[in-house]
Design a protein around this ligand. Structure first.
Ligand SMILES: [Zn+2]
Length: 89
């Protein structure tokens, strides 16, 4: 299944998880601290991920558990990523 996230700057951010999410094209500095998991763990092939969405600007990424997310904004995610990894074993 393709991602449910639509990246656009032409519409307001929208969270209609699990059906659809409208996200700004790029994250901002708020995202490093305001990102929160939405939904549960999903699977694509052999990879597992969940969606993380910024409560402030709506920027959404897929957070892969088996590999670093390809499009994470620069920021300090390392600590939360590690603790999340512990949660899923
Ligand atoms: Zn943000």
């Amino acid at each position: 299944m393709a991602t449910i996230v639509e990246y656009t700057n032409k519409r307001s951010p929208l969270n209609m998880y699990p059906r659809r999410i409208v996200s700004p094209v790029r994250g901002k500095t708020c995202c490093a601290r305001k990102m929160a998991q939405i939904g549960g763990i999903e699977h694509e092939g052999e990879r597992s991920y969940f969606y993380r969405r910024c409560k402030l600007c709506g920027y959404t990424v897929r957070h892969f558990l088996s590999a670093p997310p390809p499009d994470r904004p620069s920021g300090q995610w390392e600590d939360s990523s590690k603790s999340l990894l512990k949660l899923v074993g």
